[in-house]
Design a binder for this molecule. Structure first.
Ligand code: EPU
Length: 430
């Protein structure tokens, strides 16, 4: 089993370059299924979720060429199947984007219910509501979601909840539908805008992405394109919080500061010095932190995908902070792990009360999911002594070269392979 070993309390210093956005890449790669040409996609993060998505497309008949470590050329014209079985998609939530992309291309799609991070029920009713507004019938049988339409015709869809995934899926299904689709109460995340820009670069007619009303005028064809993915907002935010937590001075490069405003504002409230430049952000911290309250919200609110990381930081604040998780029902499971560092957190449903302690102490913990894993790294970097993190596969799903990037900032972190311990026979007998 691979683990991270961290010797903490080394302030991070220097520069770190942010990779392309995971959540944009995992939407843009399946969107290539809708193209009648070859798509060259640049600034792709080299992470397991992306490799998996590219592999799923290959299995379905696409030709995926890796031009260099961050550029793929994908020709999906030979995709022959509208089915993505459980074996393909079980480990990744974003595989549900195959539903919209395959429906848009073949007018039918069968995709297994997706896996991914587990933080409560992850329904897809809003995705299905959107497909049905476009004229597609749906059924769920033996864990397979089937959607089928004689033809797709644009309509207005009013979403009951703001959903990133449903907004993306409806865009994918609508982009080649007849007529105009309008998504009201749409999600506004930067990766939605990135997907719309990617599709528009192929000839789609999407307007309003980034607002809560997105208009998609259906087109007959989408050409090939060359497109560069936006920087990862959450990876950038994670390094910003790590710099703050260790009392460091880090310039986070290759970012769009506008995408980071909610995180920047919260760090400033905590007492961290954050300076914005055109494509970088500098975070300087003296290692003291004010308490503050955080409510996660859809964009442009404070992102839920930064909630575990900011909670790790607030565990060391002067005073008591309250973190309110407004997006997911069950995203505080990791706080038990964080408590192993000596942090004092009590959780009641979607609210965590964090009583700051002067110092965290290194320990052994598990990465419960991707962002929870990032929080364990931040706590380990800030803590006195050694921290060992297990189940790091969750972290590697979404953070490119995290050990190399942190080491470049001076952190003492290593990935170590340790064989699983055999159970001791005497303890089994007794
Ligand atoms: N929801 C519904 N019905 C639906 C869809 C969603 O009720 O049909 C609810 C969910 O239960 C949740 C809320 O709406 O309470 C938001 O869910 P959303 O659909 O926006 O989430 P998602 O598309 O499944 C994406 C990201 C997540 C991120 C959320 C929220 C990807 C691949 N995943 O998930 O990212 O937490 O949006 O911003 O884009 C991560 O990167 O670590 C991650 C988990």
């Amino acid at each position: 089993m691979e683990k991270f070993f961290i010797n903490g309390q080394v302030p991070l210093n220097g520069e770190v370059k942010i990779s392309g956005a995971k959540n944009a890449a995992v939407a843009i790669i399946p969107a290539v299924i809708l193209s009648d040409g070859v798509c060259r996609i640049e600034n792709i993060p080299n992470i397991n979720d992306v490799t998996l998505m590219a592999h799923i497309l290959e299995q379905m008949g696409a030709c995926v060429k890796m031009i260099n470590k961050s550029t793929f050329e994908i020709d999906a014209r030979n995709v022959h199947s509208h089915v993505a079985s459980f074996n393909f998609v079980r480990n990744m939530r974003a595989s549900c984007y195959l539903l919209g992309a395959l429906l848009g291309r073949f007018h039918k799609a069968s995709v297994a219910l997706p896996g991914g991070c587990d933080f409560g029920v992850r329904p897809i009713d809003q995705h299905l509501k959107g497909f049905s507004a476009l004229g597609a019938a749906n059924s769920v049988e033996s864990g397979l979601v089937n959607v089928t339409a004689k033809k797709l015709v644009g309509d207005t869809v009013y979403m009951d909840v703001v959903s990133v995934g449903a907004t993306i899926n409806i865009i994918l299904a609508a982009v080649k539908a007849e007529g105009t689709t309008v998504i009201e109460n749409a999600a506004k995340e930067p990766h939605i805008v990135d997907l719309a820009n990617f599709l528009n670069s192929m000839g789609a007619e999407i307007s309003g992405a980034g607002t809560d009303s997105i208009k998609i005028k259906g087109v007959d064809h989408l050409n090939g394109t060359t497109y560069s993915i936006i920087p990862d907002q959450i990876e950038a935010g994670t390094y910003m919080v790590a710099a703050a937590a260790t009392g460091g001075d880090v310039t986070v490069k290759n970012v769009i500061p506008k995408h980071l405003e909610a995180i920047t504002a919260k760090l400033q409230e905590i007492g961290i010095d954050v300076q914005e430049f055109d494509e970088s952000i500098r975070v300087c911290s003296d290692g003291t932190f004010n308490k503050c309250n955080v409510k996660t919200m859809p964009h442009p609110g404070f992102p839920t995908d930064m909630q575990p990381q900011i909670t790790a930081l607030l565990s060391m604040a002067n005073g008591t902070s309250i973190v309110n998780e407004n997006v997911w029902d069950n995203r505080f499971r990791y706080t038990d792990e964080l408590s192993r560092f000596g942090s004092k957190i009590s959780v009641d449903g979607k609210i965590a009360v964090i009583e700051g302690v002067p110092e965290l102490v290194g320990t052994s913990v598990r990465a419960m999911d991707l962002r929870a894993g990032a929080a364990m790294i931040i706590a380990g970097l800030a803590a006195y002594g050694t921290t060992v993190i297990e189940d790091i596969n969750h972290i590697e799903r979404g953070y490119e070269n995290i050990v190399e990037k942190l080491t470049g900032l001076g952190a003492d972190i290593k990935k170590v392979y340790e064989p699983e311990e055999e159970p001791v026979l005497s303890s089994i007998i007794s």
